[in-house]
Design a protein around this ligand. Structure first.
Ligand SMILES: *[C@@H]1O[C@H](CO)[C@@H](O)[C@H](O)[C@H]1NC(C)=O
Ligand SMILES: CC(=O)N[C@H]1CO[C@H](CO)[C@@H](O)[C@@H]1O
Length: 264
C-alpha cells in the first residue's frame, strides 16, 4: 500500500514565509487559510499531502521490490521537483488569494463532522462502484472516497482520463450540463457547467488541477461542507475534496475519482 503514496511535507513555519499556491503546487485538499490568518510567530506548520498516483501506480499490477524501489525514488524526485520549483514569496495575509472565507450567502450547506464517522467501509458503508466512469482507477477511488480524507488524486489526474472528451461530447449533444454521481452511492453531486460555458468549466479545472465546481453546480441535497476544514463530502460519507473559496466565491475542488459514479 505504502508504495503508491508519495507524501509532500512542507514546514513553512520554519522559514516564516508564505507560499504561493496560485502558480506552483496545486493542492486540492489543502486549506492554508487558517495558518496564514495568524501573525507569523503563531503560524502553525503546514503539511501538504498529496496522493501520488502516476499511471504506473494506479494500474494495480504487482511489482517486485526492485521496481517498488524505483517507483519510490521516482515519486521522491517528482515531489522534490514540484516543491523546489514552488515560488516562495512573502505576502501579507490580507492580500493572499487563499484568504477568502466560505461564502455563506449563497446556497452552501454545512454538514456535521459525524457524516464522516467510521462505518462498515471506512467513512462509507459500502465500497465504490465496480465500473466507474472516465476510466479512473477503482483502487485509488476507494482509498480517497472512503479511507484517506487528507489525500487527493494527483493534480492534473483528470487530464489523463476521458473526462474532458466526455464532458464536451455530452454538453454538445444534450445542450445541458453533465451530472456527476457519487462513486459510492450513485447519487447526483454536481452538475456542470451551469451558468458558464463548458470551456470555462474545463479551463478553470485545468488551472487548478482538479474538477472545480461553483455554487450553482452543486446538488446540495447530497453534498455538505464541513465548517472547520472546508472538506466537501457526500451525505453518505464519501470524501470529495475541499471548498477553496476565491474572489469569485466558493470553489469546490473535487477529486474526479469521487464523482465518477454511475447513477443509481
Ligand atoms: C444562474 O444564475 C442566475 C443569476 O445569478 C440565477 O438566478 C440562477 O439561479 C442560476 N442558475 C442555477 C441553476 O443556479
Ligand atoms: C494516511 C492514511 O490515512 N492512510 C490510510 C489510507 O488508507 C489505507 C486503507 O486503504 C489505510 O490503511 C491507511 O492508513
Amino acid at each position: 500500500m505504502a508504495k503508491s503514496f508519495g507524501i509532500i511535507i512542507l514546514l513553512a513555519s520554519e522559514i516564516g514565509v508564505a507560499l504561493s499556491f496560485n502558480s506552483g503546487l496545486r493542492s486540492c485538499c489543502f486549506r492554508p487559510t487558517a495558518s496564514f490568518a495568524l501573525p507569523s510567530t503563531q503560524r502553525r506548520p503546514i503539511t501538504i499531502t498529496s496522493l501520488l498516483s502516476s499511471s504506473s501506480d494506479i494500474n494495480d499490477a504487482s511489482s517486485s521490490s526492485e521496481s517498488i524501489d524505483i517507483l519510490k525514488r521516482r515519486a521522491f524526485l517528482t515531489n522534490f521537483a514540484a516543491t523546489s520549483l514552488l515560488p516562495i514569496i512573502a505576502i501579507p495575509a490580507s492580500v493572499s488569494a487563499w484568504g477568502f472565507p466560505n461564502n455563506e450567502n449563497g446556497p452552501l450547506v454545512y454538514g456535521a463532522d459525524v457524516i464522516m464517522s467510521p462505518k462498515e467501509h471506512g467513512t462509507t458503508s459500502i465500497p465504490v462502484q465496480e465500473n466507474l466512469r472516465y476510466g479512473v482507477s477503482r483502487k485509488l477511488a476507494d482509498k480517497i472516497c472512503s479511507f484517506n480524507r487528507s489525500f487527493a488524486e494527483m493534480g492534473g489526474y483528470f487530464q489523463g482520463t476521458s473526462f474532458e472528451d466526455d464532458v464536451r461530447q455530452q454538453v454538445a449533444s444534450s445542450g445541458g450540463p453533465v451530472t456527476f454521481y457519487d462513486s459510492v452511492t450513485g447519487k447526483p453531486l454536481f452538475k456542470a457547467p451551469v451558468n458558464r460555458s463548458v470551456d470555462e468549466f474545463i479551463a478553470e479545472s485545468k488551472v487548478h488541477g482538479w474538477p472545480s465546481f461553483r455554487d450553482d453546480e452543486v446538488v446540495w441535497e447530497n453534498v455538505r461542507v464541513l465548517k472547520s476544514s472546508g472538506e466537501t463530502v457526500s451525505t453518505a460519507g464519501t470524501h470529495l475534496g475541499h471548498n477553496l473559496p476565491d474572489r469569485s466565491g466558493n470553489r469546490y475542488c473535487i477529486n474526479l475519482v469521487s464523482v465518477a459514479g454511475n447513477p443509481a
